[in-house]
Write a protein that binds this ligand. Structure first.
Ligand code: HEM
Length: 447
């Protein structure tokens, strides 16, 4: 029987206080998976906020594409404005559209082929630093590697020297998200609590680095053809005015954050999955030997590394770095006959949909070969696979990320086999991205 609009979708009993906040926060991916079993639309509460999980491809299309204009970014990204200001990830409507039009050309295919040279240079630098028998935290290594790359390609900045400091500041900021999501965090934020002091220091550190880069470029007046040069030259169509330092800072910080943590995460999980799947790892190494042999890797190798790309697609299916997208309803909407009131939070979870047995055969197992029959694009068009989200707010860096992911896997994989350290515990830590709670210690073995 079709549910009546006034009916609430299925739910579970609330915790003692805060609605379902504690259960959700303790293990968000498990909680959402559990909710999804009740139906294509389910509901729960975080504090006083009504939350709806939609878990059917048609409903996800409805949310992200057909009726996207009824929604704005969810609470996590609203709260992220404290850190990111009005950058591409957090801004809305006309302002967002204008910024997006300005930034999009930076990610054209032609330019990405240029950036690929930097990806290769830094990938090889890291590969050359590794020694046979090293035990390395691959999570940290990938974080540094992708940070160097985004710094160099987009801002021509040498963040290698500052990586530890920047990396730590980024990690603090990312961990602060848990705090920012607490009910009442808007008010708590103003109190002199020690974790908040750490957060403010981290934000100041990043601002120092970024304003330093902006300042240097404005003074030298040099045109380097990178994102920073484009942002500094960009003019408002209506007023003819240039961006303020604060606007440039917001876009830079957004790209620094959005452009490294996600890709690093995808690479870490991919090396983990390869270490657990001997046959896939053997085929991966075989492809690298056949395609690359002893020659220098070039950006032109990217389309030839087919199996490597399938491995990455499969890794982002099982461990999508962006594990859920959230949207806040600005007006009433109906999903499957259920009325969603304004100010509700609507979630679509990549983690849950990518493992939904209704749409994926052997959903829980790592099978890169499944991508021979179905490309990532086709799965995306069916809305059963959306690691980069969909619609007008999809990832502007998607092509950059595929190129970077495949090239770095190939550069590191052609020389090294990574084995999971025996004591390494695997526990998911879904924050902004789906991180591994205890890092990812792996032994580096020469191939
Ligand atoms: C595996 C790597 C990546 C994944 C999984 C990923 C995923 C995503 C997702 C899911 C969104 C939408 C978020 C939402 O709607 O709430 C997004 C947006 C965005 N991503 Fe990525 N991303 C990746 C790499 C990158 C890279 C390399 C860059 C830049 C160099 C980047 C820059 C951005 C920006 C600026 C946005 C906001 C776009 C807008 O709203 O107009 N991302 N990304």
């Amino acid at each position: 029987m079709k549910p009546q609009p006034q009916n609430l979708p299925p739910t579970v009993p609330t915790d003692w206080i805060g609605g379902h906040f504690r259960s959700f926060r303790k293990a968000p991916t498990e909680f959402l998976t559990k909710m999804s079993k009740f139906g294509d639309v389910s509901t729960f509460r975080i504090g006083k906020i009504p939350v709806f999980l939609v878990n059917h491809p048609d409903l996800i299309r409805d949310l992200l594409v057909t009726n996207h204009s009824k929604f704005i970014k969810g609470r996590a990204l609203q709260r992220a404005k404290t850190l990111l200001g009005e950058g591409l990830l957090t801004s809305e409507k006309e302002f967002h559209l204008r910024q997006r039009r300005m930034i999009q050309p930076v990610f054209h295919r032609q330019r990405i082929a240029e950036y690929a040279k930097t990806m290769i240079e830094f990938g090889e630098k890291m590969s050359n630093e590794w020694q046979n028998g090293d035990e390395r935290d691959i999570d940290k290594e990938m974080m540094s590697l992708t940070l160097w790359i985004v710094g160099k390609t987009l801002f021509s900045a040498n963040v290698e020297d500052d990586t530890d400091e920047i990396g730590q500041a980024m990690t603090t900021i990312v961990s602060a998200f848990n705090f920012l999501l607490l009910p009442f965090s808007e008010y708590l934020e103003k109190l002199p609590l020690p974790p908040l002091k750490k957060l403010r220091n981290a934000r100041n550190k990043l601002d120092e680095v970024i304003y330093g880069i902006i300042d240097e470029r404005r003074r030298s007046g040099e045109e380097k053809g990178d994102l920073l040069s484009m942002l500094l030259m960009a003019q408002d169509e209506e007023t003819g005015g240039a961006m303020t330092d604060k606007q440039v800072r917001d876009e830079c910080l957004t790209l620094f954050l959005a452009g490294h943590e996600t890709t690093a995460n995808a690479l870490t999980w991919t090396f983990y999955l390869l270490s657990q799947n001997a046959e896939a790892e053997r085929k991966f190494h075989q492809e690298l030997d056949e395609v690359l042999g002893d020659k220098q890797i070039t950006p032109e190798d990217f389309p030839r590394l087919k199996f490597t790309e399938q491995i990455l697609a499969e890794s982002m299916r099982l461990f999508p770095p962006a594990w859920t997208v959230g949207r806040l309803a600005t007006e009433e909407h109906e999903f499957n006959g259920f009325k969603i009131p304004p100010k509700s939070l609507v979630l679509a979870s990549q983690y849950v949909m990518h493992r939904d047995a209704r749409f994926w055969e052997n959903a829980e197992s790592f099978q890169p070969e499944r991508w021979e029959k179905l490309s990532a694009k086709e799965a995306g068009n069916k809305f059963i696979y959306f690691p980069f989200s969909k619609g007008v707010r999809n990832c502007v860096g998607e092509n950059f990320a595929w190129m970077e992911g495949v090239l770095l896997l190939a550069i590191l994989g052609r020389k090294w086999k990574l084995n999971l350290a025996p004591e390494q515990k695997i526990v998911l830590q879904p924050m902004i991205t789906l991180r591994s709670k205890h890092g990812m210690k792996m032994k580096v073995e020469k191939r």
